[in-house]
Design a protein around this ligand. Sequence first.
Ligand SMILES: [Fe+2]
Ligand SMILES: [Fe+2]
Length: 142
Amino acid sequence: MPKIVWSKRYRVNVKKLDKQHLHIAELVNAVNDKIKARADSKEIVKGFTELIDFTKSHFETEEALMKKLDYPDRKRHRKEHKELVNLLSDVRKQFKREAKALGDFDYDVAKDWLAIHSDWFSVHLVHSDKDFGAFLNTKGID
Ligand SMILES: [Fe+2]
Ligand SMILES: [Fe+2]
């Protein structure tokens, strides 16, 4: 999987959210490097756990803002978040199982899961999060 190269196209023009999105991209890249280096499975699971936990807390940040400002597209946006959270909790379970079964860790599967997160993140970011960012800007938040 190619590295996520941060660029203007990912900016939603709200400082706090841009900072968090950048951190998610860094965490994705870190896991990607570990997979490429065929790092120990425990290290990879650790990287995924960090990524999953931070992604969840980032969603909470966005959803709290949506609630506070009564964002009109809140329901649909939250549904998108929920889909990724459900997917990620399955991934975490699977990795924990594999990490326990020594020698049974599948790097290709790890690579596929990471690519799913990475694609989802990019698409959600340039569509849903950008719309939300534009809404926040109209409320004087940048
Ligand atoms: Fe986001
Ligand atoms: Fe979002």
